[in-house]
Design a protein around this ligand. Structure first.
Ligand SMILES: Nc1ncnc2c1ncn2[C@@H]1O[C@H](COP(=O)(O)OP(=O)(O)O)[C@@H](O)[C@H]1O
Ligand SMILES: [Mg+2]
Length: 272
């Protein structure tokens, strides 16, 4: 079952037939294979995953520990390389980008939220949020303004000058969400974003992400173990042993089971 019909049914990209992504898909992956070689062992973490996400969709990836969820996120987002298959992001074949362009694309068009906050303890909230902008060459004044705006979006404007140690778990996760938003991404990847939070805080963080998804049209792919979080997404994709074994639409609300409207391909800066 797929929300997308294939345009080149069943043709493996590796056989030479160029599969084309569905025009409504912001993420389109076919036959993704990823093997970890530890020297003594080979772990097939992804064994031929097909995965598509519509623009503006919020998708939960669920499955037992070790089934390949993190590997899938890292592979699709280009944090990690894959051993087989094709990944299109915003209509662009990831493998055809040079390392530099791929990194550039990641920095400009994607946001990341992890279970572990990854905040630098010596920096204040606003400094943590503006850091990725400074790294990608944005002028300090502009970076500061954008970081403050992102903190305001997550309702943390008053905490801008505080360091992570002075913030609660939920507030820290809000800072990471603000940081993921600061480059105005098209896609936010979230790996167990509520995994370290109590259930009330987890609900608040989910409220925030759902809000960003519905109001700003941000595409979310999030890994979760929490059925309550999964149930609030547009679609749940189930993984097991390195493959997708099924998917479901949690709610039957018309706006949730939507077929996305066609949209122009993402502008890919620096794409060839
Ligand atoms: N860096 C790595 N080196 C070797 N094996 C790894 C590495 N990362 C993940 N794995 C293995 O790949 C499989 C999938 O892991 P992962 O994607 O982290 O699963 P999940 O996020 O679903 O818990 C597991 O068997 C795990 O042990
Ligand atoms: Mg994981």
């Amino acid at each position: 079952m797929s929300v997308f019909r294939r345009t080149t049914a069943g043709k493996s990209p590796r056989s030479g037939a160029a599969a084309q992504p569905h025009p409504d898909a912001i993420i389109w992956a076919e036959g993704i294979v990823k093997t970890y070689d530890t020297g003594t062992d080979k772990v097939q973490a992804l064994r031929g995953v097909d995965f598509a996400v519509a623009r503006g969709e919020m998708v939960a990836v669920m499955g037992p520990s070790g089934c390949g969820k993190t590997t899938l996120l890292n592979s699709l987002s280009g944090l990690d390389t894959v051993d087989g298959g094709t990944i299109w992001l915003g209509g662009q074949d990831l493998a055809r980008l040079s390392d530099r362009k791929r990194t550039d694309y990641r920095a400009r068009r994607m946001g990341f939220v992890f279970q572990v906050y990854n905040l630098l303890p010596v920096l204040s909230a606003v400094e943590n949020v503006e850091l990725p902008l400074l790294v990608s060459g944005v002028k300090p004044k502009e970076a500061r303004a954008k970081a403050l705006a992102a903190l305001a979006t997550v309702d943390l404007a008053k905490w801008a000058a505080h360091r992570p140690a002075e913030l609660s778990g939920g507030q820290r996760q809000r800072v990471t969400i603000a940081r993921s938003l600061v480059n105005d991404p098209a896609i936010v990847w979230a790996d167990e974003p509520t995994g370290a939070l109590d259930s009330k805080t987890a609900t608040e963080i989910m409220d925030l992400m759902r809000n960003l998804n519905q109001r700003a049209g941000l595409t979310f792919v999030l890994v979760t173990h929490d059925p309550g979080i999964g149930a609030r997404c547009d679609r749940i994709v189930r993984m097991q042993d390195g493959v997708i074994v099924g998917q479901e639409i949690p709610r039957a609300e018309p706006e949730v089971v939507r077929v996305p409207a066609p949209a122009p391909a993402l502008a890919m800066t620096g794409a060839d």
